[in-house]
Design a protein around this ligand. Structure first.
Ligand SMILES: [Cu+2]
Length: 505
């Protein structure tokens, strides 16, 4: 008996030692990665580096494989830069009209689509910090819509959420002053229950904010030459080349098997061998993208949702969830005339980059400093707000509740900085990534599960991935009063009620 007890004790101690060692090793790996390899966001969740997070967690939201069956490449379509109706030294006036139309994406029948001032997507609105902006918005659709300015710090009465529907043939004016720094933002509809369908049909456009800093920075800024908008979306085309949203709508996020960039299938750009700048916008209803270059070389992320990062961050992979943006710079100085390079999403080709002229044998380095954002990552104050995202499909909820236009969920004071602790209650192994989006502000990420966020998430954000089982702390300060929305940016989750309202007083 005594011998048996000793053996049992020995085996038990051995087991304990193994478990403790493995735990320490895993934690060491995780910490080490965060300290030394901040740029590799995706690696944290790959099975081989972090088995705790489960198999293929980063891809868990993607349900349809990308086929991209186009035989030919097409020159990348560029959204027009919208001409102002009128411009003074202090004010600018634009008109935006939603309309239906038909669009040629591929051979065969035209596709019935929606667009702003055109048949698919919209023009680029260029505005400046300090400028007074006046937008005339007109709805020529046969259904209600709204004009939401994703990422703009504006009063809630012009924010264009579900409170501000515009009837068919209706018009509204939007007046605001640009109170924020240079950034690539976007606009899209946000009518109650119809956002997924209207965005899928084509309603989305970009807003470029410029300021003295962006004027002064030596970055590529020649539109369509070395500075490109990249609105990436996925769509299904039926046998008649139609989108048919109602038939393919998925309550956990509608995805397609064909990638579109600015409405172009299999796009290419022709560039010189210089630095090029891609303004990436995940304009998809639900798909996550993991961008990389076909040669697996580094690129530099220079901006996040709400403006420039403090410095260019070297990356080899970049994940964007729906609603998220990032500006990247690719140094092509080592390439020769005739070379090509692909921007990839995993194994799918997103954009072909063809070098057609050699001008820059030495390369022009990016500016070392881009911005001056300071964040107190050590702020461990008790959170002012705690919030949970839960459920899937029609059961999605925030704090256990679904959206009710008549319920104010939260309150905040203008000009007071708050810490929000947001938890995705979905199971680590089987749950979904919920992209959290907050209207009316740009916020900072303090930590993800207690770890300082990767460098490319240390800038201004309005949309962030909440990974299954994860808790994210953010620092929020509203500068405008009114009622603002917060929600999941999987558009079908939003339409299903994964949305709440905060009143700022
Ligand atoms: Cu969601």
């Amino acid at each position: 008996m005594k011998k048996n007890t000793l053996i049992t004790l020995f085996l038990f101690s051995l087991l304990l030692l193994i478990v403790v060692s493995i735990t320490l090793l895993l934690n060491f790996n995780k910490t080490n990665r965060l300290l030394t390899n901040n740029e590799d966001r995706t690696g944290m969740f790959n099975t081989d580096t972090n088995p705790m997070m489960g198999n293929g967690q980063m891809r868990s939201n993607n349900t349809a494989d990308i086929i991209n069956d186009s035989q030919t490449q097409n020159k990348l379509k560029l959204p027009p830069l919208l001409e102002s109706d009128q411009e003074t030294s202090t004010d600018i006036f634009y008109t935006l009209t939603t309309q239906s139309g038909t669009t040629a994406f591929k051979d065969g029948p035209l596709t019935e689509t929606y667009g702003y001032n055109g048949s698919y997507l919209g023009p680029i609105l260029r505005i400046r910090k300090g400028q007074n902006v006046h937008l005339t918005t007109i709805n020529k659709l046969n259904e209600n819509t709204s004009f939401h300015w994703h990422g703009l710090k504006i009063p809630s009465n012009v924010d264009g959420g579900p409170h501000s529907p515009i009837q068919p043939d209706g018009t509204a004016t939007v007046d605001f002053t640009v109170m924020q720094e240079a950034a690539t933002l976007w606009f899209h509809p946000h009518p109650e229950g119809l956002t997924g369908e209207q965005v899928y049909n084509g309603l989305a456009g970009l807003i470029y904010i410029e300021d003295e800093n962006s004027d002064a920075l030596d970055l590529p800024k020649d539109y369509g030459v070395n500075d490109f908008p990249i609105i990436i979306q996925d769509r299904f085309f039926d046998e008649n080349n139609q989108f048919n949203y109602e038939d393919i709508r998925n309550i956990n996020g509608t995805q397609g098997d064909t990638l579109l960039v600015n409405g172009t299938i299999s796009p290419y750009i022709e560039v010189k061998n210089e630095q090029i700048r891609l303004r990436l916008v995940n304009g998809s209803n639900a798909r996550n993208y993991q961008f990389k270059l076909s040669n697996e070389e580094f690129f530099s992320q220079i901006a996040s949702d709400g403006g420039f990062l403090n410095e260019p961050i070297q990356m080899d992979t970049l994940q964007l969830v729906p609603g998220e943006r990032a500006e990247i710079a690719i140094d092509l100085s080592d390439y020769k005339n005739g070379d090509t390079l692909q921007l990839m999403d995993g194994n799918a080709e997103v954009l072909s980059i063809k070098i057609v002229e050699e001008i820059d044998p030495d390369g022009i380095p990016l500016p070392k400093t881009l911005n001056d954002i300071s964040t107190n990552f050590d702020n461990v104050s008790v959170p002012d707000k705690e919030m949970t995202f839960s459920g899937m499909g029609n059961m999605v909820a925030i704090d256990g509740k679904q959206f009710d236009m008549n319920r104010i969920n939260l309150r905040a004071k203008k000009g007071i900085t708050e810490i929000w602790e947001i938890t995705n209650l979905n199971a680590m192994m089987s749950g979904m990534i919920h992209p959290f989006h907050l209207h009316g502000v740009q916020f900072k990420v303090l930590d993800r599960n207690g770890e300082i966020p990767p460098l490319n998430e240390q800038g201004w954000k309005d949309t962030i991935a909440l990974y299954p089982g994860e808790t994210v702390r953010i620092e929020v300060e509203f500068s405008k009063e009114g009622i603002f929305m917060y929600h999941c940016h999987i558009l079908e989750h939003e339409d299903n009620g994964m949305m709440g309202q905060i009143i700022v007083e």
